[in-house]
Design a protein around this ligand. Structure first.
Ligand code: SAM
Length: 130
């Protein structure tokens, strides 16, 4: 787990991890109860709701437009109003506003208040020829 922690500030590293004699890191026991790990297919209904932040980087790169729409629909449903979705630097949430997102900067989208109300029509991508 050395590569995974290489960008953490030393104070944060020390707070959350214990360094073993062989140079590897393990998460401090006090942190573990705060973390709930689950295997989940993002194309099925979200396992929980009310998230403040969802990090979903580079997951949709091989998805069809329909699968992307399904995923983002699930993610907007899983966020609390005002919650934030982070996606990869090369990814854009198509029709973000129709889904209930407001772009707040490169890769960051905020769920608008009221976006969770009722089923939304599936946004379609406009494909045009030059
Ligand atoms: C290109 S990797 C990106 C990994 C990591 N997020 C990153 O940015 O380095 C794509 C990831 O999406 C996950 N993924 C693809 N389809 C998924 C699905 N339907 N549900 C959950 N995860 C999925 C894959 O398991 C893989 O870990």
């Amino acid at each position: 787990m050395q590569a995974e922690v290489k960008n953490l500030m030393p104070a944060r590293l020390d707070k959350g991890f214990i360094k073993a004699a062989d140079g590897t890191y393990t998460v401090r026991p006090g942190v573990r109860p705060l973390v709930d790990l689950k295997i989940h297919n993002l194309l099925t209904a979200p396992p929980a709701h009310g998230f403040d932040l969802i990090l979903c980087r580079n997951v949709v790169i091989y998805f069809t437009d329909d699968a992307k729409a399904t995923l983002y629909d699930h993610l907007v449903g899983a966020l609390r109003p005002g919650g934030v979705l982070f996606v990869g630097g090369t990814e854009m949430v198509a029709a973000a506003h129709q889904l209930g997102f407001v772009s707040i900067g490169p890769s960051f989208y905020r769920k608008e208040a009221g976006a969770e109300v009722g089923p939304r029509p599936r946004p379609r991508l406009a494909v045009g020829a030059r």
